[in-house]
Design a protein around this ligand. Structure first.
Ligand code: SF4
Ligand code: SF4
Length: 91
């Protein structure tokens, strides 16, 4: 009998060499909110998001795909314009 190698004792193995692609579910506590009046469209947040949840590039304001954002706050912490604020997720 062949065994599914992607599942071992109930744990799914993830390819850690690829960013993102994992849905957040409903456990996120904080969510990033972009103040477009402060954003200078530098593209940094899209580059550094460990979940690849932010689509953007220089000269294009970012769009965050909340299906994949884990609420880690890296983008808010690193934004040079302080344009991203972490807010409590609505219940
Ligand atoms: S890092 Fe900040 S200023 Fe740069 S694109 Fe993202 S939100 Fe805008
Ligand atoms: S909070 Fe974390 S996961 Fe969500 S968009 Fe920002 S850097 Fe990506």
């Amino acid at each position: 009998m062949s065994q599914d190698k992607s599942v071992i004792k109930g744990f799914a193995l993830m390819d850690m060499s690829v960013r993102g692609g994992q849905y957040v579910g409903n456990w996120r506590v904080l969510m990033p909110v972009v103040d477009e009046s402060k954003c200078v469209a530098c593209g940094l947040c899209a580059t550094i998001c460990p979940e690849a949840a932010i689509k953007g590039k220089p000269k294009v304001k970012p769009k965050i795909d909340m299906r994949f954002c884990k609420g880690c706050g890296v983008c808010a912490n690193e934004c040079p314009s302080k344009a991203i604020e972490m807010k409590k997720e609505a219940a």
